[in-house]
Design a protein around this ligand. Structure first.
Ligand SMILES: [Zn+2]
Length: 249
């Protein structure tokens, strides 16, 4: 039984029996991991963390070979992102972030880049006046890192470059040129500015991505494109979908 020490973001916790807690972590070195913290509810001082959602901790766990539930022997709080918790909007955005990690990251598959991206987003939510902007940039970069993004560079039917306002079809997984889009009943019109904004955020660093101003219409289309795409291809509806819709304001 291997003993593993790693950084971990708490995604969700569940009470287990009278005494214990099961936590779903997203760890830096082992991806998404389920751990049991025995006795934490009868003796909260047993662990140096209260395992708040989206807090960052250092955990030690015994890797079980027979089940996906590992025994956590140590959990020390590294960062609770306290300034973030004073702002309701930031808290909602942080919950959206952990919701995405919980639903999209496979169990026990390391993805350090996604871990670093999540920590970096939470850190920025502590001080940024518009946390929803952070959520938006996080979502774009996250989808790209996990290799799950709509095709936006060229028309998914005729393969021609699209330089103007176009159409988007979630089922086909990407953009349609005006000609193909017009004859497709299941596509929705999108502005070229929306597509350009998504591509800009995929390619640029945090600061450059956050500097980009978005009109209300672009924010709305942005959410429609990504939300429909995620729902159609993963058959899951992120529980905080309403949050994302609210972010369009
Ligand atoms: Zn086309």
């Amino acid at each position: 039984m291997a003993i593993i020490k790693t950084e971990a973001i708490v995604l969700k916790t569940f009470d287990f029996r009278e005494t214990s807690l099961i936590a779903n972590f997203f760890t830096k070195d082992h991806g998404r991991v389920n751990g049991i913290l025995k006795g934490i509810r009868t003796d909260p001082r047993k662990f140096a963390s209260t395992l708040e959602p989206f807090s960052s901790n250092e955990i030690v766990f015994y890797q079980s070979r027979n089940s996906g539930l590992h025994l956590v022997s140590q959990c020390d709080l590294r960062d609770n992102f306290s300034p973030l918790r004073n702002n309701l909007e930031s808290v909602v955005c942080a919950y959206y972030l952990v919701d995405l990690l919980r639903q999209f990251m496979p169990e026990e598959e390391k993805n350090t880049a996604v871990y670093e991206l999540a920590v970096s987003a939470l850190r920025r939510m502590e001080s940024h006046k518009e946390p929803q902007k952070i959520s938006r940039v996080f979502l774009i970069k996250f989808l790209k890192l996990i290799g799950f993004r709509p095709r936006l560079e060229a028309c998914v039917i005729c393969n021609k470059d699209v330089f103007e306002d176009a159409y988007f079809n979630a089922k086909r997984g990407g953009l349609l040129c005006p000609k193909c889009g017009l004859s497709d009943n299941y596509s929705a019109a999108v502005l070229k500015g929306t597509v350009a904004s998504i591509l800009h955020m995929e390619e640029n660093d945090w600061d450059n991505s956050l500097r980009l101003g978005l009109s209300g219409k672009i924010k709305e289309e942005f959410n429609t494109i990504l939300q429909n795409f995620m729902e159609f291809h993963l058959q899951v509806r992120p529980r905080s979908k309403e949050v994302l819709e609210a972010l369009a304001c």
